[in-house]
Design a binder for this molecule. Structure first.
Ligand code: C5P
Length: 221
């Protein structure tokens, strides 16, 4: 059992970008590859967890049989699935790069080229992680990510507290080899007691092990 500390634990993971439709052929997206989230799902599964992986559009694959993968497209889809699976989970690690804004209206037909400029009105999406933080029950562990470009730690701690998280994983776009598309990442984990651990640049599979070890310790296992 020692090598399967997450046996009988249900963990929710979100990964990848979201796509927000503008019209039937266009969307607003971002550069998230899904690599970090899939690596985390694999590591949790390897430690025995029953993983639900809610993934935005991504080419990543996961092979563990104890991963239930749910593919979604938009932030609204991802929110809906998270609200279904979070209440029965022991914890959640939210890696997805969720859109903060989505078109106020989706054009029913392909928008035609026209003279001059085009303005698309955007409305705010629901912050999924913050919503789960508000619902969190005693014993549930909630971990978020913060990808920052300036005042990194200050912003990460702000999100940790505002979203009622147990820990936040900070990665900075200022670090070479960290962030979106690379196979490596460089993180700092800050927990709700403001304990801070900075890790070296490493392969995302190894980063996933560090994050899962922290997650396991927060579950008091
Ligand atoms: O506030 P910010 O978007 O930087 O927070 C990042 C964290 O919040 C990530 O864990 C991300 O998955 C989550 N998030 C979310 N729903 C949103 C925006 C961000 O769950 N609409």
């Amino acid at each position: 059992k020692k090598n399967l500390p997450l046996a009988n634990k249900k963990v929710l993971v979100t990964a990848g970008p979201t796509y927000e439709a503008i019209d039937p052929v266009r969307f607003i997206g971002n550069h998230s590859s899904g690599k970090m989230g899939f690596a985390i799902a694999d590591e949790l599964a390897a430690k025995g967890a029953d993983v639900t992986l809610i993934a935005g559009p991504t080419a990543q694959k996961s092979t563990f049989k104890n991963i239930r993968r749910i593919d979604v497209v938009s932030a609204a889809d991802m929110l809906r699935e998270c609200l279904i699976y979070f209440p029965s989970s022991n914890g959640c690690i939210m890696c997805a790069a969720v859109a903060d804004y989505t078109p106020a209206e989706v054009a029913p037909q392909k928008i035609k080229k026209q003279e001059g400029s085009l303005t698309i009105e955007l409305k705010k999406t629901t912050d999924i992680l913050k919503t789960l933080g508000q619902q969190k029950q005693q014993g549930q562990v909630l971990v978020g990510f913060a990808l920052e470009t300036e005042n990194e730690e200050q912003h990460a701690i702000g999100k940790l507290q505002n979203k009622n998280l147990d820990a936040i994983v900070l990665n900075s776009l200022n670090d070479a080899g960290a962030g979106f598309k690379s196979d490596t990442n460089k993180i700092t984990i800050i927990d709700s007691s403001l304990n801070k651990t900075a890790f070296d640049l490493k392969d995302k599979n190894e980063v996933a092990k560090d994050i899962c070890a922290k997650f396991i310790s927060l579950l008091n296992l």
